[in-house]
Design a protein around this ligand. Structure first.
Ligand SMILES: Nc1nc2c(ncn2[C@@H]2O[C@H](COP(=O)(O)OP(=O)(O)OP(=O)(O)O)[C@@H](O)[C@H]2O)c(=O)[nH]1
Ligand SMILES: [Mg+2]
Length: 643
């Protein structure tokens, strides 16, 4: 169990830890000189039961509020120290507000320095303490009284801690390991050591972790839990990890960086949070803030879901655009401080570490945020799928630090394949599954079917549009999901892919009436020319159609199987090719084993030397003839090949 301290400057937090543990958490020379805590301090004590309890000492001075936040945001149990002579003071109130805004419920108050006041002053302080606890929503918090000078009350505090420790439920250690680094140092001979409170999972000596966001590989060489060597550490443990890594030793580690299981590496710059605004301040929409989570602090801009300021005490959803890639996951506590005044304006928890940056209708956005805020993972995922129409299961697993086999029951008819049971289809790869609801697939099917119907009606002579156009027609669904849905629709036969074109299953392209009229003329010209069809240029001149239009027309006829493009400048009727194949066949039969030459073919067909070469190469290419040196044999009849 870890206990964080809180309270106004000079109220006796550090002295209380010293009295409880015998350890002085103030370690900096500057702190000793000034008698004031500047940075986080740590101490621990073994209780009579054998349980180890850790303490995180924080500075009370408002100037070091960022350090205070780095110490308390991941700790569930807090001792709030209030000096008997001063009573509640501004930082008492601020710290209380921080605890309340981030949902810390387990609070114990210690009225310190009771040796400094007489009985009536103590009564007055007690009354003041109860009054602020009531107004902050902590009326049930126990209140103890101590003096570190006389030792009064110290055993009672230890007894209270022992009671808590006995009933303390160890944090669920499932999920990947996460630890927010609050200190790092390089003791002689021990490489690099980082400390922090493990937020999730377990870690063992030899494990490979990742320093995030910088994404540097690290291996755990040694572990200490509460200053004692250990083979493993788990969620909730205060630990020091000795780490090595090819690039890590030379890196200046920062407080606020994370050591995490590599599968959890996903720095983000846009997060959604459920927050409550401090009782005495408004949270400005589009205002700049310092965001504190884990042990880090980063600046950013608040975008309120409502699109306007949040009033004092109000609860709501916000998106925060962070200035730098940061690490956080669902459920991480956060505190927002106003950029200009530095005061705490709001606090809450991260509900979606990967807030999407796209425009959606406000009602849909509200439904998505409400879904993300649901604590139960399966319930949250189901709500998300219903709100958005699709949901990235792999991202959701990372966001919630869930095992890779987490797959919610979705209900409804079976659509989803082995891993997912219910009313959705899994698209994307096995390792990066995205679920698309049956409703979304139906919606995409309807819109694509009607898009294709319109397309076919407007261009009856064409097969269909390309994929890019269909993906656009499916928007606002992101392209990767639309592409996967397209595959689903194709495999179900709702739409058909033909080469690069997509069409409705019933669609067969037909020639436009004008093209049919042209066909009559061109077919006549080609039939008349018999074995030696005119070139494209000659046809164009003869019909007074432009060269390019003629070429496009002939290509269209080719697409419809009415012509065969034998060379770039000459198109043949299929029956002409069959007739030329027939000549080859006769020549081959006459030549028996020997095969026939190009000259013989030219002589027999009369199509000229140059065209003979072109035609024979074409017959080779389609597998009618086979060439060996200067001779050719027939291997298949042209009638067969041309169908
Ligand atoms: N008489 C008396 N003095 C105390 C008691 N507890 C602390 N002090 C004194 O009060 C002063 C401040 O105590 P700290 O423990 O440093 O206070 P702190 O809350 O840690 O202060 P910051 O870390 O600066 O926020 C020191 O001079 C202590 O000796 C007490 O129970 N009785
Ligand atoms: Mg102190």
């Amino acid at each position: 169990m870890i206990i964080a301290l809180a309270g106004h400057v000079d109220h006796g937090k550090t002295a209380l830890i010293r009295a409880l543990t015998g350890i002085d958490p103030d370690r900096l020379p500057e702190e000793k000189k000034r008698g004031m805590t500047i940075d986080l301090g740590f101490a621990h004590v073994r209780l009579k039961s054998g349980a180890m309890v850790g303490f995180v000492d924080v500075p009370g001075h408002e100037r070091f509020l960022a350090n205070m936040l780095a110490g308390v945001l991941s700790i569930d149990t807090v001792l709030l120290v209030i000096a008997a002579d001063d009573g509640p003071m501004p930082q008492t109130m601020e710290h209380l507000s921080i605890l309340r805004l981030t949902g810390v419920l387990d609070l114990t108050v210690v009225i310190s320095k009771i040796d400094r006041v007489d009985a009536s002053h103590l009564d007055a302080t007690r009354a003041a303490v109860h009054s602020v606890l009531d107004s902050a929503g902590y009326h049930a918090a126990p209140v103890l009284e101590t003096s570190t000078v006389t030792g009064h009350g110290i055993p009672a505090v230890l007894a209270m801690i022992a009671t808590k420790a006995a009933t303390h439920r160890a944090r669920d250690a499932s999920g990947g390991f996460r630890l927010a680094i609050d200190r790092s140092f390089s003791p002689a001979g021990a490489g690099l050591v980082v400390t922090g409170t493990a937020a999730a999972g377990t870690v063992s000596v030899g494990d490979r972790l990742l320093l995030s966001p910088p994404r540097l590989a690290a291996r755990v060489r040694g572990i200490q839990v509460h200053s004692e060597a250990a083979a493993t550490a788990r969620a909730g443990d205060r630990c020091a990890l000795a780490i090595t890594g090819p690039r890590i030793e030379r890196t200046k580690l920062k407080r606020g960086d994370w050591l995490i299981d590599p599968s959890l590496h996903a720095p983000t710059q846009r997060i959604d949070a459920a927050v409550r605004v401090a009782a005495d301040r408004a949270l400005r929409h589009a205002g700049r803030v310092h965001v504190h989570f884990g042990a880090s602090s980063v600046t950013g801009r608040v975008l309120a879901q409502k699109g306007c300021d949040l009033a004092p005490g109000e609860e709501g959803f916000i998106t925060i655009a962070l200035d730098k890639p940061s690490v956080c996951l669902y459920g991480d506590r956060l505190i927002l401080r106003d950029d200009s005044s530095g005061r705490v304006v709001a606090g809450g928890i991260v509900i979606d570490p990967f807030s999407p940056d796209r425009r959606v209708r406000r009602e849909q956005r509200a439904a998505s945020l409400a879904a993300h805020a649901i604590a139960d993972p399966a319930g949250s995922f189901r709500a998300l799928l219903a709100a958005e129409g699709w949901a990235d299961l792999q991202r959701f697993r990372v966001a919630r630090n869930l095992p890779t086999d987490f797959a919610p029951e979705l209900g409804g008819p079976e659509l989803g394949g082995p891993e997912i049971r219910g009313n959705a289809i899994r698209v994307g790869s096995e390792s990066a599954p995205v679920l698309v609801s049956a409703a979304t697939i139906e919606r995409v099917r309807t819109s694509l079917t009607s898009h294709l119907a319109g397309w076919h009606a407007a261009r009856a002579d064409q097969m269909g549009p390309g994929k890019a156009e269909l993906l656009r027609a499916a928007s606002p669904i992101p392209a990767n999901i639309a592409e996967a849905v397209l595959e689903v629709l194709r495999s179900r036969g709702d739409i058909v892919r033909d080469g690069l074109a997509w069409r409705l299953p019933g669609h067969r392209p037909v020639l436009a009436p004008l093209d049919e009229a042209w066909w009559t003329r061109i077919k006549a010209a080609l039939t008349k020319a018999d074995l030696r069809p005119p070139r494209v240029r000659e046809l164009a001149d003869e019909t007074r159609l432009g060269f390019e239009e003629m070429e496009a027309l002939l290509l269209r006829f080719e697409r419809f199987g009415r012509l065969v493009g034998v060379a770039s400048n000459r198109f043949f009727l299929p029956e002409t090719i069959v007739a030329l194949g027939e000549i080859a066949h006769v020549l081959a039969a006459e030549a028996e084993e020997a095969g026939f030459t190009a000259a013989e073919f030219n002589k027999r067909s009369g199509i000229g030397r140059n065209l003979t070469i072109v035609v024979l190469e074409y017959l080779d290419a389609i597998g009618v003839t086979r060439r060996t040196g200067d001779l050719r044999h027939v291997v298949r009849s042209a009638q067969d090949v041309m169908g």
